[in-house]
Ligand binder design. Sequence first.
Ligand code: SF4
Ligand code: SF4
Length: 442
Amino acid sequence: MTNLTAPRAFHVMSKPTGAICNLDCEYCFFLSKDELYPGSGFRMDAEVHEAYVSQLLAAQRGVEEVVVAFQGGEPTMMGLDFFRRTLELEVRYAAPGQRVLNTVQTNATLLDDEWAEFFHEHGFLVGVSIDGPREMHDAYRVDKGGKPTFDRVVRGLEVLTRHEVDWNALTTVNAANGDHGREVYRFLRDDLGASFVQLIPIVERVTPELLELAESGWGDRPGQRPLYRQEGNLVTHRSVGAEQYGRFLVDVFEEWARHDVGDVFVSMFDTALAHWMGMDQAGMCVHARTCGDAVALEHNGDLYSCDHYVEPGYLLGNIAEGRTLLQLVDSPQQRAFGSAKLETLPAYCRGCDVRFACNGGCPKDRFLDTPDGERGLHYLCAGYQTFFHHVDEPMRVMAGLLRQGRDATALRDWYARADANRDAEEACTCGSRIPWGACHGD
Ligand code: SF4
Ligand code: SF4
């Protein structure tokens, strides 16, 4: 096949149970996607399963490691045999020397020793969704009966830890934990032992017509959610505020930079560093220049432009019905989706001094007007500005260290030197207006 414009490595987020999950997190945009498939059993069948694994491995020849990713809904509801078959398919279809990393994003509530042994034995990387200490986690992460889930998640994590499974934390930043960056981070690092942390802002965008239902937690019964679309310019009370998000990131950064550079990996900080190093497509897609390299695969083989655009207008095709994964990723429709992110950037962003790091954020949340009245400014712009301006100097230091072939962990010494003569009563470096000694100097 010639003239393919698809990226050599692209990411597929597969959803073997579609939107079906055993929990009912209030802010989950994905639960309503069952509306797209009325009457479906929501289980990836053998044909689609084989098409997914075989086509992904075939498409990514020449890539050092292929990531086979399962997300949801809740993928562990497929049962272990589904994942055992995944391994068989990988053995059958991998090219000689081709390495495969399997990843699963889970709420961890269904995990037991058998799951953890399996994950450990086969080197799975397990992402666990947890939003911080009990009261913050339980604010929105509830089960179908509205009951808290913290204890069940922590039990699942304990099983993973006992079996030495590689795991990372996926933590949403929302209205309930948004003022507690350091507390959340310390909980993940110290209480749970997390060394990889992904922070995802909750921006629950809704239309005026849907606001009331959304604010009520989408009604009393599961299944009452209308299909979630990226529409409207209002947000629910569960959404993080723009400034709040920026302060949250700064709060975590000030802790991380002093103590954990090189030991704990926070995807937002790694992404920022990559941008300060001049790599504008590296790290989190939301801050890449263009989109299009991360598609979402539904249980029935339908492929969508992105996990956040599982909507009829963004359906690329079905991988079990003629066109392959690579052909769909390479389609003009998907290439146009990818470049639209850059092409629709408002003039205000194009002139922004931190645009190289921000790139205007994810198009799904670009629903504000710029100060000069152009539509398309990201909802979190104020927070992005706060964060990217705050980290400019330490990012330059780290980038400089790396360019000299030195270790970025020397940033800790840079902070230690600056902190040595700091007065406990002076305002903290994070901008909180709390005395240094009672804030990041404690
Ligand atoms: S639309 Fe948003 S989430 Fe999807 S690939 Fe683009 S930046 Fe990422
Ligand atoms: S910080 Fe704001 S103005 Fe700057 S690129 Fe990002 S969204 Fe645009």
